[in-house]
Design a binder for this molecule. Structure first.
Ligand SMILES: *Cc1c(COP(=O)(O)O)cnc(C)c1O
Length: 360
């Protein structure tokens, strides 16, 4: 029996473009017309080596990275980058500054503390991470400033890079390729694939090579960025399928017109949904207006006793994945690159009908 395709608003793993899913499915049975599945070929085969090279080229092209950057496809999730960034860039007697805009930043700070002196440049913890702090302090002798570009759980997003001349390290896990990025301001950006770039299993890291080789301590071989730079992300067996599907998704982004085109598509979708949240008397947005995310739209229903009924109404319309993160509650509609305008229209429609039915 053929199930009808749902409108997928999950935060991650998340929606992928239909055309990518079809190509990915066909490669499972016959990849590149090899008469083999992509799941059963050597990662050293020319067909896969080409996939890895294409993935690296696309990642650099879509971020405008010059030759001073290397694109790596690693394992261990974005969470491993919380420690790998500090381990590779910071000496124990050096200082790095961090901005705390939520759960993921907090985790990054905890791990970085294992490798050096970590100072807090700003935090929005005082208001439930509803905003992006603009005033920075303690940057003094910091080697870099770490920030989280889009706060997947709270629904806030940087609309301007942090105001500093320090090299930035950016966690772009939930908004990579959703808009152009000024890579020249960065030492490293990283992104777990499963939000806006592909399936779970690989993490993209773009690292500026001249930031490396300056730490005194030993780094385990697999955790040293230079190992992966030297081996083209093939030091050990890479997550073949995750890299392949990420490559297909990046190719799709390029075909759509790249991050600029994605940015206008995403702005349009976000504007539609926030407009409904602001106009509909039943709902209230979670994040402060000026810092609202165009990827994860967080909102609450004013009468909490209607929460389950709203989830039910969504579900009847084929909408899944809009329950908020367990730490925030309410609702979260993730509207990544692959979410069509039609999906957002459907959600807005359900919100309007629901509000009429419930006398608002
Ligand atoms: C999901 C997420 C992470 C964690 O990613 P993993 O790949 O599960 O380790 C880190 N940062 C942000 C911003 C995220 O959204």
């Amino acid at each position: 029996m053929k199930a009808t395709k749902k409108y997928n608003f999950y935060a991650g793993p998340a929606i992928l473009p239909e055309s990518v899913l079809h190509q990915a499915a066909s490669a499972v049975t016959n990849f590149d017309n090899m008469g083999l599945s992509i799941l059963e070929i050597s990662h050293r085969s020319p067909n896969f080596t080409k996939v890895m090279q294409d993935a690296q080229l696309l990642a650099k092209e879509l971020t405008g990275a010059g030759d001073e950057f290397e694109a790596l496809f690693l394992t261990g999730g974005a969470s491993s980058q919380f420690f790998m960034t500090a381990m590779n860039l910071l000496n124990t007697d050096e200082t790095a500054a961090y901005i705390n805009t939520g759960t993921w930043s907090t985790k990054a700070i905890k791990e970085a503390k294992l490798f050096g002196n970590i100072v807090l440049a700003a935090s929005s913890e005082d208001d439930g991470y509803r905003y992006i702090p603009k005033q920075l302090s303690n940057l003094g002798n910091a080697k870099y400033l770490h920030y989280t570009s889009n706060n997947t759980i709270y629904g806030t997003q940087y609309h301007q890079l942090p105001d500093t001349t320090l090299p930035l390290i950016g966690d772009l896990s939930s908004d990579i390729f959703s808009r152009p990025v000024d890579l020249n301001r960065h030492a490293v950006i990283y992104a777990g694939a499963q939000k806006n770039m592909g399936p779970a299993g690989t993490t993209l890291v773009l690292v500026r090579k001249d930031m490396l080789g300056r730490v005194k301590h030993q780094i385990p071989t697999l955790l040293d960025y230079r190992t992966h730079i030297n081996k083209g992300s093939m030091f050990n067996t890479p997550p073949v399928y995750a890299v392949y599907v990420s490559m297909l998704t990046m190719r799709w982004v390029a075909q759509q017109g790249g991050p600029e085109a994605m940015a206008s598509h995403n702005s349009k979708k976000a504007a539609m949904l926030y407009k409904e949240i602001d106009n509909n008397p039943l709902f209230t947005g979670y994040a402060r207006k000026e810092d609202r995310s165009k990827m994860n739209v967080t909102f609450n229903i004013n009468d909490e006793t209607l929460e389950n009924a709203f989830v039910e109404a969504c579900s009847e319309a084929g909408i899944v994945g809009i329950k908020g993160h367990r730490s925030v509650g309410g609702f979260r509609a993730s509207i990544y690159n692959a979410m069509p305008v039609e999906g957002v229209e459907k959600l807005v429609d359900v919100m309007q009908t629901f509000s009429k039915q419930h006398g608002a």
